[in-house]
Design a protein around this ligand. Structure first.
Ligand SMILES: *Cc1c(COP(=O)(O)O)cnc(C)c1O
Length: 839
């Protein structure tokens, strides 16, 4: 199966299959598999968590010893059996969509599958990794497309002054679980992307994620010019031109790879706007394949198979490129598809001006049938951000939906957690629909839950002690200090965690607002608290770095000795330790800037509780029985007085509710209230905020309907696509000539009879709808209903009276007619945002 081996010796018969376990990144996350690799080489496992690397390092002697070790053999056989069973199981997707043919291509700038493949920086990448794993569990025909970075995101060290220092260790592909993608004849496939005056050669690699393949592109090919070889060096490094080139590699190179492999791709799912160039390449590819005369027809035919997921809560988060820079790289493309450069540029602009930058999110939205945000609140926020693309549309009708993020539970639960859930809910629980788990998990007893928490907390503390010893030794600390590291933290003390990127909107120093108050909370002799903090600041973010210094200075205070730690290099491995062992996870972003947030979801399955701002996923998940919230569910900008208010909320909740609940024990030693919250939070939140539910929701709400729509548009050589294009052209040409005549509203015993005269110029009446609309008011829902077409107006071309009778208490002045384009097979208003209001 694996066609290239670099170092390791021949694997004997008794260990056949070890390569399969080592190369499958989904399998790395299974708890039994973690035990297996730890057993093979505990030290290398500790330092790399990279099974592939461990396999490469196996000596002949070790192989022999393992072949003869009965304990290892039984663990190994069991893993092989389990994996075989995994592949033989009938999946949710097969069961529900047996006739589905084709693939879903998932494009993302980063993928966080595990620390052994460091090509992610934070939440976006980890979501993409969790998505692929859940897609494999559920049997979706997904292929991932991403980049293989030579360095990835930076690694962090905290020096003796408490400052962040950055390192960019080289990712040697030979030692990563990635493999050259070869064709049937064994030749390494190569992709060429045209750039001005040259061709960029890309080398594809593949990563195995259970049933799913992830393809990674890399420009570090000796055939490229030196500057081009560095395009895929670092994630989120380099200047704007470098970013544009990376996005060309991802979108254009990615689509070319799919074509080259002959992968029939019905759905193209863009995880953030970075990948939006795939829309252009897909349309161009279709245009050439079908020998269509027009690029726009091709876009009409392919758009229905594109889905855009936006992750940004602020407009500043979108990638933008100056028109001159954009056209430098897309001039030839325009010639190839025979359109004017301004036309292409306009796809990424609001006002079609010469100076306005090209916005990737605009291209992504306009080039996709549907767009979704990543939580219910983020849907609302995104509707506001994209309002500019839909002038005169009410914000609540801007066509953006939501699929709330979820986490791949089997990646983030501890071995103890796995055992507990399995004992209560049965085997393979995260590979099937999760709706029934809630009731089952509620049967867990107080004792069971509290014993489970003890184990999870203890494991975290042991891991922190190890890290702390290592850190002190590196800084050359005195042996006395080193030995104190072995007593870091108390396994019976409430353990609080705060770990995330140090970006200003996440307010990483809110807890430090009143340092003396926090010290008092932590050092209470009867109800003490211990606190773990971690996070990286972007290398160019001076404010973020200063916030790290503020924390490291705080941690260094004498009275907090062994009670607070700042752990360096927050990554997936550290996150694993933290989310499994933490009792209380704090998150205090500035609402509404946390689009979703996922770290808190990783905590709930392991029995940790959340104290969080009512933002992102928590705005949707929170209820008083299962955690705590700060904020008032409203936005307050960057008001320092509001920050102070929320800091006070944090402290007060800790002092008055949270800490007392943790230490209030019954005669058995169990904190009744706390345990009830654990049960409720784990039972209710885990099934819903799982990637399993998220992937099923994407399938039902988007993939399947879009697939039908896309098939319909492409049938009969794109007949429907051509019809839609014609429809849109007619609308655009005649829209400005549409106008209203008389409008009447007659009140009659709680009813209002509305009628309006409409002149549609040369637009056939089937191609528009006339609606009666009223804005939402304090307690009243908005009103929006179609008016019925009545008799033709005498002496008019396409002139009609439209009528509607409404039962309402609202005054007639609240209502106004409006006209918008309509076609049963169009995605509206995305594909035709025109709208005309009577007033
Ligand atoms: C889960 C995770 C994130 C994303 O979590 P947020 O809630 O967005 O902070 C970021 N980094 C790592 C290493 C993670 O494991």
């Amino acid at each position: 199966m694996i066609s290239t081996r670099y170092l390791f010796p021949e694997i004997p018969e008794e260990l056949k299959g070890l390569e399969d376990l080592a190369s499958d990144m989904l399998w790395h996350t299974v708890s039994g598999s973690r035990r297996l690799w730890r057993k093979i080489d505990p030290l290398l496992w500790e330092s790399t968590s990279n099974p592939w690397f461990i396999l490469e390092r196996l000596s002949k002697e070790k192989i022999k010893a393992l072949s003869q070790d009965p304990e290892f053999q039984s663990l190994f056989k069991c893993q092989l059996e389990e994996r075989k069973r995994y592949f033989e199981q009938k999946t949710w997707f097969e069961e529900n969509f047996p006739y589905f043919k084709g693939h879903i291509a998932y494009f993302s700038m980063e993928f966080g599958l595990g620390e052994e493949l460091p090509i992610y920086s934070g939440g976006l990448g980890i979501l993409a990794g969790d998505y692929l794993k859940a897609a494999s569990d559920l049997g979706l025909p997904v292929v991932g497309i991403g980049l293989l970075y030579q360095q990835g995101y930076f690694r962090q060290l905290i020096d003796s002054n408490g400052e962040q220092v950055e390192f960019y260790p080289y990712n040697d592909p030979a030692l990563l679980p990635v493999f050259p993608l070869r064709d049937d004849s064994g030749e390494w496939i190569s992709i060429e992307v045209p750039l001005p005056g040259r061709s960029l050669v890309l080398r594809p690699w593949y990563v195995i994620v259970g049933r799913v393949s992830l393809y990674l592109l890399d420009s570090n090919d000796p055939a490229n010019m030196p500057s081009d070889r560095t395009i895929t060096s670092t994630l989120y490094g380099g200047d704007n031109e470098m970013r544009l080139l990376q996005e060309i590699v991802l979108g254009i190179g990615g689509w070319k790879l799919l074509s080259k492999l002959g992968i029939e791709c019905n759905i193209c799912h863009l995880n953030e706007g970075h990948a939006a160039f795939a829309i252009l390449e897909r349309a161009k590819d279709y245009m050439q394949q079908m020998a269509l005369p027009s690029f726009w027809t091709a876009l009409w035919a392919t758009r229905s198979g594109n889905l855009f997921t936006t992750h940004t809560p602020v407009e500043a988060g979108f990638d933008r490129f100056a028109p001159s820079l954009f056209l430098k790289y897309f001039f030839d493309f325009c010639q190839d598809v025979k359109i004017a450069p301004e036309e292409l540029l306009a796809l990424g602009q609001l006002n079609k001006s010469k100076e306005e930058p090209f916005n990737m999110a605009y291209l992504a939205l306009r080039g996709s049938a549907a767009t979704n945000g990543v939580s219910k609140l983020h849907e609302k926020v995104s509707q506001t951000i994209f309002r500019g693309l839909f002038p005169r549309w009410p914000t609540w009708q801007i066509p953006i939906g939501s699929v709330t993020n979820g986490v791949h539970v089997a990646t983030w639960h501890s071995q103890e957690t796995d055992e507990l859930w399995t004992s209560i809910c049965g085997k393979d629980l995260w590979r099937q629909p999760t709706e029934k788990l809630e009731e089952k998990f509620r049967s867990a007893s107080d004792c069971t839950l509290w014993e489970w928490r003890k184990k999870n907390r203890l494991n975290l503390i042991l891991a922190l002690r190890k890290r702390s010893r290592c850190h002190c030794a590196m800084l050359g600390k005195h042996p006395d200090i080193m030995s104190q590291c072995s007593c870091l933290f108390d396994p019976n003390v409430l353990t609080i965690g705060f770990a995330r990127r140090f970006a200003s909107y996440k307010r990483p120093t809110l807890l430090l607002h009143d340092k003396e108050r926090l010290v008092k909370i932590i050092t209470d002799p009867h109800k003490p608290v211990q606190l773990v903090v971690a996070g990286k600041a972007h290398p160019q973010d001076q404010v973020g770095k200063a916030m790290i210094r503020e924390w490291t200075a705080f941690v260094a205070r004498k009275e907090l000795h062994n009670r607070v730690v700042f752990v360096e290099d927050y990554d997936m491995r550290l996150a694993l330790d933290l989310v499994q062992g933490i009792d209380l996870w704090i998150n205090n972003p500035r609402r509404p800037w946390e689009a979703s947030g996922t770290s808190g979801m990783k905590v709930v399955v392991n029995g940790g509780l959340n104290l969080s701002e009512l933002d992102g996923w928590w705005a949707e998940a929170y209820s008083a029985e299962l955690g705590w919230a700060i904020g008032d569910g409203k936005e307050h900008g960057e008001d320092p007085a509001w920050d102070a208010f929320e800091a006070d909320q944090l402290y007060s909740l800790l002092e008055k509710e949270i800490i007392p609940a943790f230490y209030d024990r019954d005669e058995r030693g169990i904190p009744q209230k706390w345990v009830n919250k654990i049960r409720e939070s784990a039972a209710r939140l885990t099934p819903f905020f799982s990637a399993n539910r998220m992937v099923r929701e994407y399938t039902n709400a988007y993939y399947i309907p879009l697939c039908y729509a896309a098939e319909k548009r492409r049938a009969k050589s794109g007949e429907l696509a051509r019809e839609l294009e014609k429809w849109k052209k007619t609308i655009a040409t005649h829209w400005n000539s549409i106008h209203f005549g008389n409008f009447h509203a007659v009140q009659d015993q709680g009813q209002i009879h509305f009628s309006i005269q409409v002149y549609l110029d040369e637009i056939p009446p089937d191609w528009v709808v006339v609606e009666l609309y009223a804005d939402p008011k304090e307690q009243t829902a908005p009103f929006c209903n179609i008016m019925e077409k009545g008799e033709a107006l005498v002496g008019a071309l396409n002139g009609f009276t439209y009528r509607l009778t409404v039962n309402t208490q609202r005054p007639p002045e609240d209502f106004t007619p409006r006209i918008r384009p309509y076609h049963p097979d169009a995605f509206l208003p995305t594909e035709a945002p025109e709208i005309l209001w009577y007033k």
